[in-house]
Write a protein that binds this ligand. Structure first.
Ligand code: ADP
Length: 527
């Protein structure tokens, strides 16, 4: 025998009911037929609970149902309803009955109408219709919720995809900058070699061009590397007390070639007072040099660039102004944003990537400073102001000692990039050292033991066995040899790892050749 019988007017809003007797069932079915209602007669509470899980418009019960042992199943089915659902229920109870069961049912059925028997057909049908209308509104709410959830999910997917592609872009930029740096090392070394060897004036000019363009390319790649470090929050500052004059003068030195090339008049106004800031020398020099280079770059030849250093209350303000192409008012508020560039054709050969100013802003802010741009508009020059907090003058200022003349050293260079190894070897030979270059970790181990070098310049990214492993093996047998690591990265972890592996120094590619040669020349076996 089936547990349910139904009238298939399936508009989704069915009256589920559990008649206590066959007679009750017949009366109600007739009533529903007349009122044109969809209904489902359930034989017992179990069947009713199953149907509630499927779909319910209105629940029609008599108080007798609550005395039943299986009633807990009904409460569970109602508790399983989603949060938008409050099933409209109608309970028909005996006249004057205020049984415990009815009280409990009123508590459990949150949306309930209790009708006392005998009740008129009209009252019952209108109560059912009111319940069905309420249920229809709940279904509308459910549909809206569903639509909202669907669009929320779509939004979430889109956000995830954007974040993913942004991360992939950042990773690509980091990888690109890293990969571009590798071939730059031998090219820089080669240009250093040629600068030392070439005497013919015509070739000297070519070598100067080569050096200049390589330096430019290095600057672009460095910008890219800085960008990827900034976006991943991996820039670290080495802070120390700095004389602002030293920062400015080194920045001037960097910008000077471009100033001269473009025949700019360059005016510098610094006070006599010594001012100190706490900061990373290289990063502050980079920031000021970047602003000076921009001033030179975005000013037609023969322009005027000024640099002024002022003390303003507890800050030092470095003002760089030019009478160049200026910045349009609509661009000015965006000028420190990534990849923002004015649409200009001026001197594209000096063109950059639109990264420099955002790197400057970030670096200055990391120093608890501020940078701002001013311009009266296109063609009316620009002014950039860097403001940094001053500190007290440090107790003892650093003294630079004159360097003694270098004694020749035995140097072993290990790099799987043979061009990089050989060109660096030639530079060091020109410095008077006795140099050998090898291209694998295996060869490095055998040569080092036989050669007993004073200095080993060791690339970290070797195949098969990396530079850290090679250093760990060599350190115990060559206790007094200077070990210098060469890596494509300059992160704090790399420096620490290099120290742990026994390295004495750490250089980032492309190697700053003068610093490396100086380090090697300065080294004396003391261990
Ligand atoms: P890049 O110089 O590589 O394009 P920057 O971030 O250094 O990138 O500069 C972004 C843009 O700001 C430049 O492309 C240029 O349009 C504008 N700009 C920067 N400095 C100046 C300046 N001194 N005068 C006029 N425009 C400038």
């Amino acid at each position: 025998m089936p547990h349910t019988e139904t009238m298939p007017k399936d508009d989704g809003l069915r009256v589920l009911f559990l008649p206590p007797t066959r007679r009750d069932r017949d009366v109600l079915v007739r009533l529903f037929e007349r009122a044109n209602l969809s209904y489902l007669v359930c034989q017992d509470i179990k069947a009713l609970s199953v149907e509630i899980d499927r779909d319910v418009g209105v629940l029609l019960l008599t108080d007798g149902a609550f005395a039943h042992r299986e009633v807990e199943e009904l409460w569970s089915a109602l508790a399983r309803q989603p949060s938008w659902s409050e099933v409209p229920s109608i309970v028909l109870c005996e006249s004057g009955s205020q049984s415990m069961a009815v009280t409990r049912c009123v508590q459990n059925l949150r949306n309930v109408t209790v009708l006392e028997k005998p009740t008129s057909s009209r009252t019952l049908i209108s109560a059912i219709q009111a319940g069905l209308r309420a249920r229809a509104r709940q279904y509308q709410m459910r549909d809206q919720l569903l639509a909202l959830q669907t669009s929320e999910a779509a939004l979430l997917t889109a956000t995830r995809q954007l974040t993913d592609s942004n991360r992939r872009k950042d990773e690509f930029l980091a990888m690109l900058a890293h990969e571009l740096r590798n071939p730059l090392a031998p090219i820089m070394n080669a240009s250093e070699i040629m600068a030392r060897l070439v005497t013919e004036p015509q070739l000297q000019a070519t070598v100067r061009l080569l050096k200049r363009q390589t330096a430019h390319l290095t600057r672009l790649v460095d910008d890219l590397l800085d960008l990827s470090r900034i976006t991943s929050g991996r820039i670290e500052l080495r802070r120390e007390p700095l004389d602002i004059a030293a920062v400015v003068s080194q920045a001037l030195e960097i910008a000077e070639p471009l100033m001269r090339e473009k025949d700019h008049t360059f005016l510098v106004a610094t006070g006599y007072e010594r001012m100190f800031v706490r900061g990373d020398h290289a990063r502050l020099v980079q920031s000021i040099a970047n602003l000076l280079n921009n001033a030179a770059k975005y000013t037609d030849s023969g322009g005027e660039i000024r640099l002024e250093v002022q003390k303003q209350e507890d800050d030092v303000v470095i003002i760089i102004s030019d009478n160049g192409i200026g910045i349009a008012p609509d661009l000015l508020p965006l000028i420190f944003d990534l990849f923002v560039q004015a649409d200009h054709s001026l001197d594209r050969s000096q063109g950059g990537l639109g990264i420099g100013l955002s790197v400057v802003k970030r670096l200055i802010e990391m120093h608890k400073g501020k940078v701002l741009a001013e311009s009266d508009g296109s063609g009316r020059g620009s002014t950039f102001k860097v403001r940094l907090p001053l500190i007290e003058a440090p107790a003892s200022s650093e003294v630079t000692h004159a360097r003694p003349r270098a004694a020749p050293k035995r140097v072993l260079i290990v790099d799987d990039n043979a061009d990089a190894a050989n060109s660096l070897a030639t530079v060091l030979e020109l410095e008077g050292h006795q140099v050998e270059a090898v291209y694998s970790a295996e060869k490095a181990l055998s040569t080092a033991t036989a050669m007993q070098p004073d200095v080993i310049v060791l690339d970290i990214g070797l195949p098969a066995m990396n530079g850290y492993e090679v250093a760990t093996l060599l350190r115990p047998v060559l206790s007094s040899t200077q070990l210098i690591a060469l890596t494509g990265y300059g992160q704090r972890e790399d420096v620490l790892r290099a120290k742990e592996a026994g390295f004495d120094a750490h250089f980032v590619k492309p190697v700053d050749v003068p610093s490396l040669t100086q380090l090697i020349s300065d080294f004396s076996k003391t261990k």
